[in-house]
Design a protein. Structure first.
Ligand code: PLP
Length: 313
């Protein structure tokens, strides 16, 4: 069928009631307001808009299941703690996303995003004084999956490997809505003809991509930078570690120097339960294997029970 015949893919935007969610009784269904994407509005006083002051999580929905959503909500709570934001408990957020997906109907493949901002800036004279958090869920059924094979570049990130500990106000490792620098890095790698990038610290250590975690396979070992270097603890990386251990590979969090990217047997970039095989870095071809990347992405869709049991352990 032509795209005209199937029509536009469904897209859902839902506003939740923060006050209700902060005190939602167990088993209750949260109230949601589904808004028309064309006319949906966010307050001009919202700190998420004015300062990027908020946090979020995003994942892939596959056959109705938001993949690794428990890991995402654990990270959301960590981001909230780092940003000193009091958000609803995880059980209430699970009830919220369950209801969002129920209202969406049958979803084969989509991106689910949950955003929580600090609400209205009450230092502005006209802002509502009691506006709590803004909580918005978005479901995009028209988004394309990540490409399985890519080229990347390395980009300097002007922090050291211990900056996250020394300067916690940088919020390194929190998934905040302030993604302006991540998007600037994306424009830079695109300008250089690549499809992703890896940030390197001033002292020469591998961090993460602007929207991805990086994992290396070196012989029978699978390694990734320790989150304490000031990166997100990737949910896809945790799922990949489940695959690796079930396949008989050893896994570890380590300090990884930049040179190891070029000598690894495989460099993977990943996010939202999808894995990409890197074929070149800074224009230099590296060893890679696209079939395994595709196999791991499939594993993340089909072996949920094994993954959830492994990541919960
Ligand atoms: N690092 C950053 C900065 C990200 O934005 C993302 C999001 O996709 C990731 C890593 C990968 O995280 P996850 O695998 O949990 O989607």
């Amino acid at each position: 069928a032509s795209p005209e015949a199937t029509g536009p893919k469904p897209f859902g935007i839902f506003f939740a009631d923060a006050t209700e969610l902060l005190a939602l009784p167990a088993g209750a269904t949260p109230t949601l307001t589904r808004v028309d994407p064309e006319t949906a509005t966010v307050s001009v006083f919202d700190l998420g808009l004015i300062r990027g002051d908020g946090i979020f999580e995003a994942t892939t929905v596959w056959k109705g299941t938001p993949l690794a959503w428990g890991l995402h909500l654990t990270r959301l709570q960590k981001s909230a703690q780092m940003a000193e934001l009091e958000i609803p408990p995880t059980e209430a957020l699970v009830a919220l996303t369950d209801e969002v997906l129920a209202q969406m109907g049958e979803v084969e493949y989509a991106q689910l995003k949950l955003m929580i901002t600090r609400g209205a800036d009450d230092s502005l004279s006209a802002a509502p004084k009691d506006a709590p958090l803004s909580i918005i869920a978005m479901v995009d059924c028209g988004k394309e999956p990540r490409e399985p094979e890519i080229e990347i570049v390395t980009l300097d990130r002007e922090v050291n490997k211990d900056s996250a500990q020394k300067a916690p106000w940088l919020l390194l490792g929190a998934k905040t809505l302030s993604y302006a620098t991540n998007m600037a890095a994306k424009r830079e790698y695109e300008r250089r003809g690549a499809q992703n990038a890896v940030f390197i610290t001033l002292d020469g250590y591998v961090m993460e991509g602007p929207q991805s975690t990086v994992v290396l396979r070196e012989g029978g070992r699978v390694v990734t930078p320790h989150p304490s270097i000031g990166i997100l603890h990737g949910t896809t990386q945790q799922e990949l570690f489940a695959w690796a251990e079930l396949t008989g590979l050893e896994t570890a969090y380590e300090e990884i120097t930049k040179d190891r990217l070029f000598t690894a047997d495989q460099v993977w970039m990943m996010g939202a339960s999808s894995v990409q095989s890197v074929r070149a870095i800074d224009g230099k071809p590296i060893t890679h294997d696209i079939d395994t990347a595709i196999e791991i992405s499939e594993f993340m869709k089909t072996e949920r029970e094994a993954i959830d049991a492994w990541t919960a352990a």
